[in-house]
Design a protein around this ligand. Sequence first.
Ligand code: HAM
Length: 419
Amino acid sequence: MAQVKSIKGTHDILPNQTKDWQELEMQVHKTSNLYGYSEIRTPIIETASLFNRGVGEETDIVSKEMYLWEDKDKSIISLRPELTAPVVRSYIQHNLGGQSPLQRLYYIGPSFRRERPQKGRQRQFHQFGVEAIGSANPEQDAEVISLGWDILKSFGIKSLELKLSSIGSKSCRENFKSELVKYLNPFIPKLSEVSQRRLEKNPLRILDTKNKDEIEIVKSAPKIEQFYTKDDQNYFFSVQKFLNDLEIPFKIDPLLVRGLDYYTQTTFEICSENLGAQDALLGGGRYNGLVGSLGGKDAPAVGFAAGMERVIIAAKNRKKISPKIPTIYAICTNDEAIGILQNSAKQLRSIGYKVICETLRRSMRSQMRDANKSNADYVMIIGDDEFNSRTIQLKDLKNGKQEKVDLEKIISYFKSLTF
Ligand code: HAM
């Protein structure tokens, strides 16, 4: 019979890979908590209009990449392509703003975008991220960036580059957009079809082009900083000052274009050289209009999200951080002793040992082979002799030493060992 395979652009995370995921998740929980952020979990499915209104109808994410379907009650449902809009929806729905003037939230979970799959780009991928809702001050931007930076560093990624920009206030952006369109109009015949379409719908995205000829054209285009208001400029300088105070190096990148419509003022990405074309590990920025535009009482906000698959690729050569758990492989060659061994294993787990018990009733030889393969520190064996004398045979696999211990003394024996 034909096999059923996973869907294009989706991946199984296999048992030999999940340790990395658990460690990354642990770092996200730990570091976010150290910064005073609390976890929020929102559903994977949402009403599609949340993203039309939140992320923007003209963005690639919404116009081309959303997984959508009509539900039985005729409502249009989508798999979430990102978590900022869902978190803001939840913040408004549960009046989190009324509970505290500043909500510091973080999340971990899958997102879905129907993109062309390649290394570091899947259709189901996973993000961790944070959203700080309530503060309009530049130190909040710096705190959010610092938290993202610390998580990536704590996971052992060395070569990080923070790209920083500001897309200014709404009036600044509108002025910039119209000047950019004016500048690009004479080049229309030289622009790709995609860019010609963008010129009408979302001209800022042309700045992000990967096309060589267009890169040349864009080089001499007007720059956003020429359109900053005094307030925009002061705000951006303050973010930079706070990053300097935090000793986080950054590069100002006026061509940094984020693919979501909700940003105002600060935008940023953290990239790693180990990634190739899809080099953004993390992206985010300030979005002061989103809470209001989704029906809440206006609240300024800033956040980021990171792609966990990319973070794990970038951290391939890191030193593992998880502490080693002492491991015992429990072997049994007398069927009557199985229960005794399982009970000892249970007690040993309660004092912190990892214990793997044989359940295939195989020969001593193949159980020993498995024990060696499992990287265990000890094997404990109950055969006929041990069963009759209520003892357990212990073998230290590191030095080969073997001794018999009374069954009753097994817990105190292991308690006395230090690792
Ligand atoms: P984003 O830049 O669309 O921002 O995504 C953030 C990160 O998710 C990217 O830097 C990348 O690492 C990862 N990512 C995005 N698409 C894919 C994909 N198809 N496959 C693998 N990884 C991917 C957002 O999602 C915003 N919600 C970030 C934000 C939070 N802004 C403010 N708050």
